[in-house]
Design a protein around this ligand. Sequence first.
Ligand code: PRP
Ligand code: URA
Length: 209
Amino acid sequence: MGTVTITNHPLIQHKLSILRDKNTGTNEFRQLIAELAMLECYEATRDLPLQPKLIETPIGPCHANELAGRKMAIVPILRAGLGMVDGILKLVPSAKVGHIGMFRDPETHEPVPYYCKLPQDIEERDVFVLDPMLATGGSAVDAINQVKQYNPKSIRFLGIVAAPEGLQALQTAHPDVDIICAALDEKLNENAYIVPGLGDAGDRIFGTL
Ligand code: PRP
Ligand code: URA
């Protein structure tokens, strides 16, 4: 069974409280999403294997460690997942970036896919699927179904705010996928928005409210 991590680091909780505030404007919102993604990436990469490397400091030899050749790919779910890309690339600049486009049908709340472009060598890579919102879970489940068709080495889901319904759906559909989010909220409302959540993440990132 994949692990579920709800990060409780004080910096993450502080930034999340500003993010949720309805008075936070687009510019700050976008910056906070990127910063939260970076902090979560730090948590999500905690178990990457290292290999020893002998280097020379200006003072003398040093037995250091480097990442053991792991290759990463990040796959944002458009649109809101795009907001998480830059923060993660700051920490892992060598990661390749795929894109999956989908939007929720306003009536059924089912995801409607419209785009998929993934790195060619994805089967050699550990994939992080990115979306700030895990509401019903439909988008994440579908996106991971698409990624799995290309047999990556592993898949993790990085979100920011999750609803219990979405977490359950994702775990049921993809029990092998580790899930990392900053908050587990109370519930979904009648429009399948997360309560208390932060509203529509895509609209708040891109100013399309
Ligand atoms: C939002 C969000 C997720 C999805 C989550 O996307 O960014 O992708 O809803 O909901 P779910 O867990 O119920 O599937 P939206 O459909 O608003 O598209 P957008 O990001 O392009 O605005
Ligand atoms: N998508 C969002 O952007 N926000 C929600 O609360 C649910 C889905």
